[in-house]
Design a protein around this ligand. Structure first.
Ligand code: FAD
Length: 407
């Protein structure tokens, strides 16, 4: 059985290897338009490759996927992070877990993952064709597929075809031609730009637990927040950028962001805490003695924004200023104007409409013998190894299904 895989990325390699290992009668060929394969794996996680996440309950795991949550539950029950860890371990790669649950190779080098996948592909007899751009796909007779590669005049015939081309507009266009609907692609996992003076010269300062809300939407997120040269980043921002990928695109990335720097404390509770500090440390200056967990340099900006002079003592805070300071601490609004790429990891939200795919096999419901996995689908997650996990899961299940001979 001749099997073609379009795309030499995480999903394509995983499908190819698992197909060839499951059925040695399959002749599997990966077509990769680039000069080399697995480029995103190589650059991923800052060169360390965040392979997966130590989350072993499928129901908890799907919560990290703004798109694909419902569809991935079944697939994760079959091949989730535990199976991914075992898969790599069986092929000589040990993974380790960091404090936040992210999993990396113990070598801290993405090259370990790339080498493992290339070796496994070679051992399973997978043929890898680089500099091979698939330009056209069309159904051939008896349910087979014909592919046009690099402008070749004669198309090549394959019994089964898998598309693992990532977020590639030309392939989405071909899929539209085959009747598939494509959910408009928009970026996900980005940071926010703002020129707010409260953040000036604070690049690198972080707040351990901030709660974010985007005014006029139902979007919210919680977690550590990092101040950058351009604005705001950190887990809380990346999270809200993923959940709000489409809405924020529609807002042209211009919107008011409300931040509670205390996490979940209400304004009244913050006021109470400020009054407690007023009593406890009356002789100390407000600007130099911050609210718990707020970094000193940032607190100085918040106190200035509340109209507090640097020499003002806690004992001299009046009611109105306590109120203003509580608002700066628990409900500060920042005008966001644009986004920046988060260099460590980014993905595209959008892709093949999920209702058109059978998630038992990752086969198209519209075109028999056509399989789809990875970022080509309208599936994406927040940062933490979840995006690769979706690629491994889809690649593994599709690979097994590709290997099956239809009666
Ligand atoms: C900088 C960066 C860091 C990241 N870090 C992480 C991380 O640490 N952890 C994590 O979980 N996720 C990470 N991600 C996300 C992750 O890389 C993707 O979700 C994942 O690579 C998707 O795999 P894929 O196989 O679907 O697509 P891709 O990896 O994009 O592979 C698709 C392949 O198809 C090829 N192709 C496209 N069109 C054609 C064609 N017509 N003919 C032939 N070949 C074609 C492309 O050249 C490409 O090689 C990161 C992303 C980026 C950009």
């Amino acid at each position: 059985m001749q099997i073609a895989i379009i795309g030499g990325g995480a999903a394509g390699f995983f499908a190819a290897i698992n197909c060839a290992e499951a059925n040695p009668d399959c002749r599997v060929t990966i077509f990769e338009r680039g000069k080399s394969v697995l480029e995103k794996v190589r650059i991923s996680g800052g060169g360390r490759c965040n392979v997966t996440h130590a989350c072993f309950d499928a129901r908890a795991l799907v919560q990290y996927y703004p798109r694909g949550q419902r569809e991935l539950l079944g697939p994760f029950l079959r091949f989730g992070p535990a199976e991914t860890i075992a898969w790599f371990e069986q092929r000589g790669v040990q993974l380790k877990t960091e404090a936040d649950g992210r999993m990396f190779p113990t070598t801290d080098d993405s090259g370990t993952i790339v080498a493992c996948l290339q070796r496994a592909a070679q051992q399973a007899g997978v043929q890898v064709m680089t500099s091979s751009r698939v330009e056209h796909i069309a159904p051939a007779s008896s349910g087979a597929w014909q592919l046009q590669i690099n402008g070749d005049e004669r198309p090549r015939i394959f019994q089964k075809l898998m598309i693992a081309s990532g977020s590639n507009p030309a392939i989405w266009q071909l899929l539209r031609g085959l009747g598939h609907s494509i959910v408009e692609p928009v970026p996900s996992l980005f940071t926010f730009n703002t020129k707010d003076t409260r953040l000036r010269d604070l690049s690198g300062v972080s707040v351990p637990d901030a709660a974010l809300r985007i005014t006029g939407t139902s979007l919210s997120a919680r977690g550590p927040l990092l101040i950058t040269h351009w604005g705001l980043s950190g887990p809380a921002i990346l999270r809200i950028s993923a959940w709000g990928a489409r809405q924020l695109y529609d807002l042209n990335y211009r919107f008011p962001l409300e931040i509670n720097f205390t996490g979940d404390k209400k304004i009244a509770e913050i006021q109470e805490e400020l009054l407690r500090l007023k009593t406890a440390q009356g002789k100390k200056t407000v600007a130099a003695h911050p609210y718990p967990d707020i970094p000193l340099r940032f607190w100085q900006q918040l106190t200035a924004a509340a109209g507090i002079r640097p020499e003002l003592r806690w004992a001299d805070l009046d009611k109105k200023t306590v109120q203003a300071l509580a608002e700066q601490t628990g409900a500060a609004t920042f005008q966001i104007a644009g986004k920046s790429t988060f260099k460590e990891e980014f993905v595209t939200a959008g892709g093949v409409f999920l209702k058109e795919v059978d998630f038992k096999t990752f086969e198209s419901r519209l075109q028999p013998n056509l399989y789809l996995a990875g970022e080509v689908l309208d599936i994406d997650a927040i940062t933490g190894g979840f995006n690769f996990q979706a690629a491994w899961t889809g690649g593994w299940i599709a690979g097994r299904a590709l290997a099956e001979v239809r009666g």
